[in-house]
Design a protein around this ligand. Structure first.
Ligand code: S3P
Length: 439
């Protein structure tokens, strides 16, 4: 969102140690605001991610007439307006860098009585939206996009939605969730079938708000016209943010960290499985359930990693963690091969190309393929690399510096604040030799 060029510099010789709690889960934070707004009663959220993405969702719902108190130290109170209580906003809703906000809200707002325009930053304005607007049109929604099927989205109010039976062409929790949220306002049943399991926070949270969602193998199904009842939500730490520290501790010398209270929903734990396949020393401790989501502490110690072929069926379960996993691959012995991951090219940046470019600058053999990458582990040198405004690229290269021989300078890091406010301070406290470079 911010356009000023924040740059990180990371010096060699750091490690990672101690007990850490990374910020709240981004996916769950978005959904808490959305469902809390539509519920009857007051929803209390703790552990909310105070990052730009989830704050964009929060501000959008305020603009839609919902009274929301906070966030204050992760606490948010949402005074729900009920399924039909949202009001027309005064102007366009700005969702910044956040694909989850715009795609989920496209579904949730498609069945309202009023028009809404949704806009985003330069990165979001390039991302594909037809994956949501096409099935929403099948439900009866009336949505305009820019010429290439990208934002801004203009939703015409007053559409009468009907449920559909839809098979997703790609494994995407955003598209699945969009259609389920539209289904709340649709006549009859909405059925969504996914080609591979993706994060199921929407289904779990709907149940938590008392809305029945039937899950039958790869299909999630709900009937429109019900109500949501306010609840309390404890947002666990985001495994996608923890992943940078998991990789960092695995590749660094003399590292031993405990990541506390991390969400370990089985649709999100691909990063643990892939790192273990590579030989990482990871323990999942004290696993228990909080508000319908599994949570655990994760201990990671220095490990000798080896290259692997990543099973394609694991890809959606680690979809946001590949930039960090590519750094692990660069530090492993031998070759790591990823395929079946073309979706990485349409994230906040083209994560295959951008990571390959940066790793090559650090002296690693990394070859992008149309749907993946082949990385040959080896020694890394210091370099100046570009995060292309992508939060996860910036944090991945920060961790790569743990094994580089020289200093690593990372350009265009401002968007780290979308998902991980306080990253530099937390990483520095744990032993990474990182600081912000003055512009
Ligand atoms: C998300 C789903 C994923 C993920 C994104 C968050 C969600 O996107 O990459 O960071 O909260 O539903 P896709 O649905 O595009 O895979």
């Amino acid at each position: 969102m911010s356009s000023n060029n924040i740059r990180f510099v990371v010096y060699p010789g750091g490690s990672l140690n101690g007990d850490l709690r990374v910020p709240g889960d981004k996916s769950i934070s978005h959904r808490a605001i959305m469902l809390g707004s539509l519920a009857e009663g007051t929803t209390q959220v703790s552990g909310f991610l105070e990052g730009e993405d989830s704050l964009a969702t929060l501000k959008a719902f305020r603009a839609l007439g919902v009274e929301i108190d906070g966030p204050e130290a992760g606490r948010v109170l949402i005074h729900g307006v009920g399924m039909h209580g949202l009001k027309a906003p005064q102007g366009p809703l700005d969702l910044g860098n956040s694909g989850t906000s715009i795609r989920l809200m496209a579904g949730l707002l498609a069945g309202q009585d009023f028009d809404v325009e949704m806009v985003g930053d330069a990165s979001l304005s390039k991302r594909p939206m037809r994956r949501v607007t096409e099935p929403l049109a099948l439900m009866g929604a009336n949505i305009d996009t820019a010429a290439g099927g990208t934002p801004p989205l203009y939703l015409h109010g007053g559409a009468r939605l009907k449920g559909i039976d839809y098979t997703l062409p790609m494994a995407s929790a955003q598209v699945k969730s969009c259609l389920l949220l539209a289904g709340l306002y649709a006549a009859g049943e909405t059925r969504v079938t996914e080609p591979a399991p993706t994060r199921d926070h929407t289904e779990r949270m709907l149940q938590g708000f008392g809305y029945h969602v039937l899950r039958d193998g790869a299909t999630a199904c709900l009937s429109g016209g019900g109500r949501l009842s306010a609840t309390a939500i404890d947002v666990p730490a985001d495994i996608s943010s923890a992943a940078f520290f998991m990789v960092g501790a695995a590749i660094a010398e003399n590292a031993d960290i405990l990541l506390e209270h991390v969400g370990v929903n089985p649709t999100r734990t691909g990063v643990i499985d892939i790192l273990r396949l590579m030989g990482a020393n990871i323990e999942v401790l004290h696993e228990h359930e909080v508000g319908g989501e599994p949570v655990a502490d994760i201990r990671v110690r220095s490990s000798a990693l080896k290259g692997v072929r990543i099973p394609e069926e694991w890809v959606p379960l680690a979809i946001d963690e590949f930039p960090a996993l590519f750094v692990a691959a660069a530090c492993a012995t031998g070759e790591t091969v990823l395929s079946g991951a073309a979706e990485l090219r349409v994230k906040e940046s083209d994560r295959i190309q951008v990571m390959a470019d940066g790793l090559v600058k650090m002296g690693i053999k990394a070859e992008a393929t149309p749907d993946g990458i082949v990385i040959q582990g080896g020694p890394m040198q210091g370099a100046e690399v570009d995060a292309h405004g992508d939060h996860r690229i910036a944090m991945s290269f920060a961790m790569a510096a743990l094994r580089a021989r020289g200093e690593v300078v990372i350009n265009d890091c401002a968007n780290v604040n979308t998902s991980f406010p306080g990253f530099v301070d937390l990483a520095a406290r744990a032993g990474l030799k990182i600081s912000n470079l003055d512009p």
